[in-house]
Design a binder for this molecule. Sequence first.
Ligand code: AMP
Ligand code: ZN
Length: 478
Amino acid sequence: MKITLYNTQGRALEPFEPLDPQNVKVYACGPTVYNYAHLGNLRTYIFEDILIRALEYAGYPVTHVMNVTDVGHLTGDGDDGDDKLVKAAVERGMSPWDIARFYTDAFFSDTEKLNIKRPTIVCKATDHVQDMIELIQTLEDRGFTYVAGGNVYFDVSKFSRYGDMALLDRTELKAGARIEVDGNKRNPQDFVLWFTNSKFGKQAMLWDSPWGEGYPGWHIECSAMSRKYLGDQFDVHCGGVDHIAVHHTNEIAQTEAATGKDPWVKYWLHAEFLLTKDFKMSKSAGNFLTVGKLEELGYEPVDYRFFCLGAHYRTQLTFTEQAMDAARSGRRSLFEKIRQLPPPDPEMDRFSLGSEALQYLNRFEDHVAEDLNMPRALAELWGLLKDQSIDSREKGFVALAMDRIFGLGLADLWNGSEQQIGEADQERILKLIDERNEARKQKDFSRADQIRDQLKSEEIELVDTPQGTTWKILERNL
Ligand code: AMP
Ligand code: ZN
């Protein structure tokens, strides 16, 4: 499988040629752990999971590094605002360390529910402050920094490629088009590497440094930790599109300035945003949906993964309850179709497939290889399941092969460990059955029918028996 990826650096599709095919190195900017990850964040992590799975499917061993930001990320991506963690700690009367621990655990619990594989290396910013200090010292020795008002700044005017990846307009940069609040800066785009001049009276997270007691800026952590675990140059760096203009631009400047190596990263990949109808989902604005909230509303976490697979990662995706309902119905119907197939035959392999079934798999691989086109890849799975000319054992084999990338957990459907309908949803269905019984008692047949139809639209069929009403997943003919 020859993969093509859209590189933000150069804004073009490029064939993926790793630096070392025996060890493909990927760095993904991880969560800032001052709150739950919202569904937008998780869309980006699902995209990164698909990327890793696709690379592994193509035969590359992958080292996937993800940081956990537990210090230094201010409420603005520049150097403005409060430290997100410290702010949350003060608001909730907890220590920043406790806040970070709690939300880091919550993050990995959510990602596990979404079948996102744990990265090879997860590294916390607070465990790597010394690495950051050493990197800042290198930048200082090479003349890229200055100290003003107690803070150490990166001087962007010393780095001629500043803003290239983001296509920032250099004339605008010079003119200081952005409104700048920090009077210490020589250029508006300069950014803090080390703060000693904390804006917070009670900053609980402080470390000794050559510039005084303080804490690191946010951008330096990704440069220091990726360098530590992946070396001076590596294959892929990813994150959401919001990171292009500031965070990744600053990461490139400080890393390439420190190592003198260009390019630091060969492929920059960025996922588009998840939007809700009226607003962009944002943790700091507080208007966000979580996996826990989805479960409360009666969805399975995997319904959300399925929902995300329905859109290409480079298009914006709007979250609505109707769209989630459609995803839940689609996912249930898919699981039911898979469940009807015989269990996979361990003797089967790709070479034993008939040409029809193999064509589905080949087309699926072509779509994945074409910049991870999951909507098209998913259409191949539906096509396969509907195709009457294909033997059901072959269908099962191909569906499982595809699921190595979809990550919907199809293999669990045969070993019984997968729970098709979660507990919260089962409760909701039982409540609706009670309500329907009551409506029938009151001879309110239109309400009773309405409930039956609503459940049917969710792929749930009600079965009336002399002992009472039960429910089952709707069986549709393939
Ligand atoms: P944060 O925890 O804010 O540092 O963000 C974690 C990841 O989620 C980063 O890669 C962001 O670019 C990404 N992200 C933030 N908001 C959204 C959104 N609404 N949709 C998709 N990705 C997002
Ligand atoms: Zn980062």
